[in-house]
Design a protein around this ligand. Structure first.
Ligand SMILES: NC(=O)c1ccc[n+]([C@@H]2O[C@H](COP(=O)([O-])OP(=O)(O)OC[C@H]3O[C@@H](n4cnc5c(N)ncnc54)[C@H](O)[C@@H]3O)[C@@H](O)[C@H]2O)c1
Ligand SMILES: [Zn+2]
Length: 461
């Protein structure tokens, strides 16, 4: 089967028996057309078409020509076709099976290029992603994640020895001192410049383990294996690493691109509903800033999304990863396009700071910030009313965030000047233009910001 499923064998006519459909395995984003003979579960390959398809908004451009029904992730479709078979025309039932076993998105920066793999079960690839020349492997994780999913890492690494290093977790522990503690443990365990860090956890572990790798012996490799939705669609991609200072979040850090990012949506089944929903707001954000198609899924199918339907989760994660990978590729260090990822973050960060990082999860604060930015765009005329309403509805579809009755709009607006994203004292807002596109504005009238903030607060009261 493997040899047949070879990219070089483009559109070949083959008659090869496959035992069962579920054995049609390991195709990376390729279609295969099979004929089913009556009730016989045996499948016979009529024609294999090998088309790399982008899991993006333009995915309909590829497919199998006449058979292409605009397949979607996990889509299986059958149709009747008249084909010539042994000199006779016969009607056959044709199944178009799109087995997206693995979607891979590439991040390219001037100095690095790496894969972000999105696939259920892809933790199993970890061993293959560690270069042969690597020395000791250090898996940085938290106890909760290790208890739930550590076995998958152990299974992947097999006989290869590794050290699991435990970090206590929590935003208040995302500090330099913890990086030092981990680095000391590594030295004691014989780490050297050839050692490799595997980050296995949510965004906090990812940021901290990435930072550890960035500065340990002036930089060693890291593979990111994110385990929360927020980390899978955002934090693990793009090479931003860091820790908090007493005076502010993420005020110390480095850009350190990983060797690879392995994104396994199956890991998300154990997330608490609140953590999962917090990540969903970042997915909604990706749709708003860059993809009407992703926005459409989030807007129209909240039930499947909230029920964690596996194919839907895989699709929304993959599309978000594609967007983040594209944006980071275009602008590694956030001087241009990458700033669109901050949609909802200007006032979101202000709210996180105002609530001392204790009341809300990051994604929840972003949900608030997106509401405020949408009201602002609507009032300034950058965003038409139907789009603004659709955005507000989509954010609302993912549940309530903790009450904000004690928060005053004036206090949030007063915090804007001290945001890390402020450039030379100017507050920049990412405003929606319509679904899929944003614009960046600075110098916005304070009264308009205050009014939009007040509206967002009132909606969430
Ligand atoms: N580097 C970046 O570009 C970037 C972008 C966005 C956010 N961040 C950072 O990410 C951090 C937030 O990350 P987060 O939201 O993932 O929080 P987190 O890392 O604290 O994880 C949330 C909780 O879920 C637990 N958990 C993780 N995986 C789990 C799983 N599969 N099942 C059950 N429980 C699991 C964690 O142990 C933790 O208790 C912040 O510090 C933020 O600054 C970084
Ligand atoms: Zn964010």
């Amino acid at each position: 089967m493997r040899s047949f499923l070879n990219k070089d064998a483009d559109c070949v006519a083959v008659a090869e028996t496959v035992a069962r459909r579920d054995r049609v395995g390991f195709m990376e984003l390729y279609f295969i057309v099979v004929i089913q003979r009556g009730r016989d579960s045996t499948l016979r390959i009529l024609r294999g078409g090998f088309f790399p398809i982008a899991l993006g908004d333009d995915e309909n451009r590829t497919g199998l020509g006449e058979l292409d029904g605009g397949a979607k992730t996990g889509h299986t479709r059958s149709d009747y076709k008249k084909v010539r078979f042994q000199s006779r025309w016969v009607w056959i039932q044709v199944h178009m099976v799109q087995r997206k076993v693995m979607a891979t998105f590439s991040v390219r920066t001037p100095a690095h290029q790496y894969d972000c793999v999105v696939a259920r079960g892809c933790v199993a690839q970890l061993a293959d992603r560690i270069p042969d020349k690597s020395g000791n492997v250090f898996v940085v994780t938290t106890e909760d994640v290790w208890d739930l999913h550590g076995r998958k890492i152990e299974q992947s690494l097999g006989s290869r020895s590794f050290h699991a290093l435990f970090f206590p977790g929590g935003e208040e522990r995302k500090r330099m001192v913890e990086v030092e503690i981990l680095a000391e443990q590594m030295v004691e365990l014989g780490a050297d410049r050839s050692s490799i860090v595997v980050s296995f956890g949510g965004g906090i572990v990812g940021d901290l383990a990435g930072f550890l790798a960035a500065i340990f012996m002036r930089g060693i490799s890291v593979i990111q294996v994110p385990t929360t939705l927020l980390a899978q669609v955002d934090a693990a991609i793009g090479g931003k690493t860091g820790a908090n200072l007493v005076s502010g979040k993420n005020l110390i850090g480095a850009f350190h691109q990983p060797l690879a990012v392995l994104i396994d949506p199956d890991l998300l089944t154990t997330l608490t509903p609140r953590e999962y929903r917090a990540g969903l707001y970042e997915v909604v954000k990706c749709g708003i800033i860059r993809s009407p198609r992703l926005f459409g899924i989030m807007h129209n199918q909240p039930h499947q999304v909230l029920a964690r339907d596996p194919a839907t989760v895989e699709e929304i994660v993959a599309q978000s990863v594609r967007i983040k990978a594209e944006v980071v590729t275009a602008d590694e260090k956030e001087s241009g396009l990458r700033r669109i990822l901050n949609f909802g973050h200007t006032l979101g960060h202000a709210l996180e700071a105002e609530t001392r990082y204790a009341h809300l999860l990051h994604g929840e604060a972003v949900a608030f910030g997106m509401r405020a930015a949408t009201h602002l765009g609507w009032s300034l005329g950058t965003c038409p009313e139907p789009d603004a309403r659709a955005i507000l509805e989509s954010i609302g579809a993912y549940g309530k965030i903790p009450p904000l009755t004690h928060i005053r709009a004036e206090n949030l607006v007063a915090r804007l000047g001290s945001d890390k994203k402020t450039i030379q004292g100017k507050v920049h807002f990412v405003l929606p233009k319509h679904i899929g596109e944003t614009e960046i504005r600075s110098g916005i009238d304070g009264a308009a910001i205050l009014a939009a903030t007040g509206q967002a607060l009132a909606e969430l009261a």
